[in-house]
Design a protein around this ligand. Structure first.
Ligand code: BGC
Length: 451
C-alpha cells in the first residue's frame, strides 16, 4: 500500500489571507472606483456599499474577522491603505483615518497576526483622478509623498510593505479594455501607466526605506502563465508577446533596473533600488491562440485547451492550473529574493471545488520550495467574501461566506481546511482524505513522494 508523507512547510512560514481597502472597508466614497460604481459600470449592477464593513470602528466587524482568522491559526493578514482616506484632498492629511488604521494594525499585532500592508490597490483619490490619475505628470511624486506619510504614521506597526498591487492589471483594465475607470482604450496610455507605476514603486520603496531601513518592501505582480494553444509559430509568437509585456517587462524594470515599456529596444535605466521580496498573485493559466479578432490582447485570443478544467464565468478563459504556481515561483527564484504568494484564490460560492484548489496549489507551492525557491508565506484571496470590482457581489472568493445585506458570516468548509493546514504547517493525507479525496494522487504525487 502507498503511504504518503505529510508535506511540511518551512518553520515560521506565514499563513494568511489577503484583502484590499475598497473591497472590504465599505463607504469608501472618495475614490474613482466608488464613482464608477455609482455611474452604473458594474456588470451585475451592485455597488460596494458597506463591503465587509471593516471601516466602522463602532461595529468592530474587522476586529471580529481578525479574531476569526487568529482562531483558525493564521499568522498574517494582508490589507491595503486607502489613499483617498489618508489624503482626502491634495495635501490635506486626515489624522482620523490614520487613527483607524492604527487601531486595525494594533489589533492584528495583539492577535499575533503579522500585518502586510499595500499602499495602492487599484483605487485613486478623486482629486488625483480629476487631474488625470496615473497620466498626471506629477503622479509619481504625489504617490511618493503619500508613501512617506503612511510610513511615518504607521511604520512602527508594519514591517512588510507592498507598494503597488498588480500594475499591469490596473493599467490594462482602466486604459486598454476600459472596463474600469476612466474607461479608456489606448495602448500608449496603458504602457505609460505601467512605466509610471514601475517608477512609483521605486520612489515609494526609497521613501519607505529612508524612514524605516529594516522594513521589507516589495511590488505585487499578477503573474499568469501564458502558454501557446498549439505548437505552431503564430500561437507561440502571440503567447510570447503576452508573456513579455504582461510579465517579463515589469520584472526587468523592478529587479534589473531596465525600463522598456512597451517595445522600445533601448532600455531606460531606472534608479537602483532595494526590493526585499517579490510579491506574486497567481490565479491560473491562459492559453493563447493567434487571432486577428483580438487586437486588445495583441492578437492572442484566450482559448480553453481541450480537456482543461476552467474557472466559471466571468473568467471561463482561465484554467485551474496548480502546476503554474510552481512555474511562477521558479521564474521569480531567478532573482534570489524571498517570495511571498501575496494572492491565490478561487471564486466558488458553493465551495465544491475550492478545497481541491487549495490542496493542489499548496502542493505545487511545496514543490517549488523543495526545489529551492525561497517562499516565505502564502495569502489566500480572500477571507470573507468581498466586493469584486466590476463583477460586484456576483463572484465569491471567501473562505467565509458573507451576506452583504445582513453582514452575516458563515465559514465555508475551506475555512476549516485552511485552518487545519495553517495550524499543522503541513498538508497531511488525513486532510486530503477528509476534504478532497479525489486529489490524493495529485497532491502527494506532485510532491514526488509516497511512490
Ligand atoms: C486582485 C484582487 C481581486 C482578485 C480576484 C486580484 O487580481 O488583486 O483585488 O479581487 O484578483 O479577482
Amino acid at each position: 500500500m502507498t503511504v504518503f508523507q505529510p508535506l511540511k512547510f518551512p518553520e515560521n512560514f506565514l499563513w494568511g489571507v489577503a484583502t484590499a481597502a475598497h473591497q472590504n472597508e465599505g463607504n469608501n466614497t472618495n475614490n474613482d472606483f466608488w464613482a464608477w460604481e455609482q455611474a452604473g459600470h458594474t456588470h451585475d449592477g451592485t455597488i460596494s456599499g458597506l463591503a465587509t464593513d471593516w471601516w466602522d470602528a463602532g461595529r468592530r466587524r474587522a476586529e471580529a474577522d481578525f479574531a476569526r482568522a487568529a482562531e483558525m491559526g493564521l499568522n498574517t493578514l494582508r490589507l491595503s491603505l486607502e489613499w483617498s482616506r489618508i489624503e482626502p484632498e491634495e495635501n490635506r492629511w486626515d489624522d482620523a483615518a490614520i487613527d483607524r488604521y492604527r487601531q486595525l494594525l494594533t489589533e492584528l499585532r495583539r492577535l499575533n497576526i503579522t500585518p502586510m500592508v499595500t499602499l495602492h490597490h487599484f483605487t485613486n483619490p478623486l482629486w488625483l483622478a480629476a487631474r488625470g490619475g496615473w497620466l498626471a505628470d506629477d503622479v509619481v511624486s504625489r504617490f511618493e509623498r503619500y508613501a512617506a506619510h503612511a510610513v511615518a504614521a504607521l511604520g512602527d506597526l508594519v514591517d512588510l510593505w507592498c507598494t503597488i498591487n498588480e500594475p499591469l492589471v490596473y493599467a490594462y483594465l482602466s486604459h486598454l479594455v476600459g472596463d474600469w475607470s476612466p474607461g479608456r482604450h489606448s495602448f500608449p496610455q496603458t504602457f505609460k501607466i505601467a512605466a509610471r507605476m514601475a517608477l512609483a514603486h521605486r520612489a515609494a520603496e526609497h521613501a519607505i526605506h529612508a524612514r524605516q531601513p529594516q522594513a521589507q518592501v516589495g511590488l505585487v505582480k499578477h503573474q499568469p502563465i501564458f502558454d501557446p494553444l498549439r505548437d505552431n509559430r503564430l500561437d507561440k509568437m502571440v503567447s510570447g508577446w503576452q508573456e513579455m509585456l504582461f510579465n517579463r517587462r515589469m520584472f526587468e524594470a523592478v529587479y534589473e533596473n531596465r525600463l522598456r515599456f512597451p517595445l522600445n529596444l533601448f532600455a531606460r535605466e531606472i534608479s537602483v533600488g532595494r526590493d526585499d521580496f517579490i510579491g506574486i498573485n497567481y490565479y491560473g493559466r491562459q492559453t493563447v491562440k493567434f487571432s486577428l479578432g483580438a487586437p486588445f490582447t495583441l492578437f492572442g485570443k484566450l482559448v480553453a485547451p481541450p480537456g482543461a478544467e476552467m474557472w466559471d464565468a466571468p473568467w471561463a478563459d482561465r484554467e485551474i492550473y496548480p502546476h503554474g504556481l510552481y512555474r511562477v515561483c521558479r521564474q521569480a527564484a531567478k532573482y534570489k529574493k524571498p517570495i511571498f504568494i501575496t494572492e491565490n484564490g478561487f471564486a466558488d460560492a458553493a465551495d465544491t471545488r475550492r478545497p481541491r484548489f487549495l490542496l493542489t496549489h499548496l502542493a505545487a507551492l511545496h514543490r517549488a520550495i523543495q526545489s529551492g525557491a525561497d517562499v516565505r508565506g502564502y495569502y489566500y484571496w480572500t477571507f470573507v467574501d468581498n466586493y469584486e470590482w466590476v463583477e460586484g457581489w456576483s463572484t465569491r472568493f471567501g473562505l467565509v461566506a458573507l451576506n452583504p445585506e445582513t453582514q452575516e458570516r458563515t465559514p465555508r468548509r475551506s475555512a476549516e481546511l485552511y485552518g487545519e493546514i495553517a495550524r499543522a504547517n503541513a498538508i497531511t493525507p488525513a486532510m486530503v482524505e477528509k476534504f478532497a479525496p479525489e486529489a490524493m494522487v495529485s497532491v502527494f504525487g506532485m510532491a514526488g513522494n509516497g511512490a
